[in-house]
Design a protein around this ligand. Structure first.
Ligand code: SF4
Ligand code: SF4
Ligand code: SF4
Length: 179
């Protein structure tokens, strides 16, 4: 069974937002909401300042509090690639999952259910990359199976310095950023 995740190269990301636009188009994300977004983080002090530009989204955490706190089972781990999903018609909109997510990755859709990144499971099942990954003009995003030591994501993690986001939250996020 695969365990899908992403590796994103912050050195190549230019913050063009193509990933954000692609996600909105592919997944009909309503105006004013986003399943992915760009974050900017400045480090150091003049004259050795550096800026990390990151494309962020749900981390499809291995220990996902949004799944364990959901009272209805709407938030769940799909056996296909262990992707964290929300079954819209089972969600009662209680927002427990929204509060539990350390990454602020979820939002309440105007139709009343909670929504977030699905790793474009519908595309991945057809053998395609997620929409955001497929449009990136600098090819800084990589999607694949962390349980396969020969996958591109596993090889990139083994060969480049990297960090997840908010590891201290203890959710074991499955997106890593190359630095
Ligand atoms: Fe859940 Fe947030 Fe982790 Fe996504 S990033 S699996 S919404 S806790
Ligand atoms: Fe579950 Fe929906 Fe409540 Fe989130 S808002 S915890 S998905 S029922
Ligand atoms: Fe949006 Fe799909 Fe990328 Fe998730 S994987 S941010 S749903 S385009």
């Amino acid at each position: 069974m695969a365990r899908y995740g992403m590796v994103i190269d912050t050195v190549r990301c230019v913050g063009c937002m193509d990933c954000v636009v692609a996600c909105k188009t592919e997944n009909q994300v309503p105006e004013g909401f986003g399943r992915d977004w760009i974050a900017y983080e400045t480090r150091g002090a003049f004259p050795t300042v550096s800026m990390e530009i990151r494309s962020e989204r749900c981390n499809h955490c291995d220990d996902a509090p949004c799944v364990s706190c959901c009272p209805t089972g709407a938030s769940h781990v799909d056996p296909f690639g262990q992707i964290v999903m929300v079954t819209h018609d089972v969600c009662i909109g209680c927002k427990a999952c929204v509060a539990s997510c350390p990454y602020d990755a979820r939002f309440v859709h105007p139709e009343g259910y909670v929504d977030k990144c699905t790793f474009c499971i519908h595309r991945v099942k057809e053998g395609k990359d997620p929409a955001c990954v497929s449009v990136c003009p600098t090819h800084c995003m990589h999607f694949g199976d962390f349980d396969d030591p020969n996958s591109r994501v596993s090889r990139l993690l083994a060969s480049r310095r990297n960090h997840p986001l908010k590891a201290e939250a203890g959710t074991r996020p499955r997106i890593y950023y190359l630095v």
